[in-house]
Design a protein around this ligand. Structure first.
Ligand code: MTE
Ligand code: MO
Length: 224
């Protein structure tokens, strides 16, 4: 059998009747637990020359800043264990991320007091918006390691955001820019029918009419 077909065949969700009480309590409504890690994105996985790679901070800041990867590696790190929830109905528990706590990163920037929202800009042509207030929690980060290993290309190496209390489209892979904004503005999926707030426990999936996503669509995606 073709290797990809082999992999897809193994993408089995954890059946609802096999969940412990604790797992059931942690699972947002309408979600299915998976032990695998689905890979979801638009476009091709970017390739980088790390000597050229930069992270830019711009918008409502006193001073625009540009970080090299070495700059980021030199910052204090945290390790966070958290659950993640994708709008296509898979959730994964106890994912372990290592990187920079967003709150710590923010403390080193000169953000104007009027700034209330962030637009995360990512490759290829992706963006997603989150209120600053939402980025101050103990588990929101700029991550570069997952489960004890460097992020893989497909999961967003060299740098992604992890905003675990929002549906996972708000966690941008291949992050390149952080824009501070006075007013909110919708990102890619937010412009395309997904909910602006995206709280999985409130099932904030869509902004208007529900998009026609088959409930098992994610089980046909690539994963590792
Ligand atoms: N740059 C970029 N980041 C992205 C996306 C994307 O298309 N491009 N898709 C989002 C969506 S919809 C999901 S569910 C998660 C998937 O992350 P994973 O592939 O590591 O599971 O990435 C999010 N971040
Ligand atoms: Mo997603």
């Amino acid at each position: 059998m073709h290797k990809k077909a082999e992999r897809l065949k193994k993408m089995k969700p954890v059946a609802a009747n096999n969940l412990t009480d604790e797992q059931r309590a942690k699972l947002p409504p309408g979600q299915t637990l998976t032990e695998k890690f689905p890979i979801l994105h638009e476009g091709d996985v970017p390739r980088y020359d790390m000597s050229e790679w930069r992270l830019k901070v711009f918008g409502e800041v006193e001073e625009e800043l540009t970080f090299t990867y070495e700059d980021l590696m030199a910052m204090p790190t945290v390790t966070v264990n958290t659950d993640i929830h994708c709008v296509t109905r898979w959730s994964k528990f106890d994912t372990v991320w290592e990187g920079i706590l967003f709150r710590d990163f923010l403390a080193g920037l000169n953000v104007k007091p009027e700034a209330k929202y962030v637009m995360f800009h990512a490759d290829p042509d992706y963006d997603t918006n989150v209120p600053i207030e939402d980025l101050l929690m103990d588990n929101v980060m700029l991550a570069y390691r997952f489960n004890g290993e460097p992020l893989t290309d497909k999961h967003g190496w060299p740098l992604r955001t992890v905003v675990p209390h929002r549906y996972f489209w708000k966690s941008a892979k291949w992050l390149r820019g952080i824009e501070f904004m006075k007013e909110d503005r919708p990102g890619f999926w937010e412009r395309n029918g997904f909910h602006n707030e995206a709280d999985p426990f409130k099932e904030e999936r869509f902004s208007g009419e529900a998009l026609d996503i088959p409930e098992d669509e994610w089980t046909h995606k690539e994963f590792d």
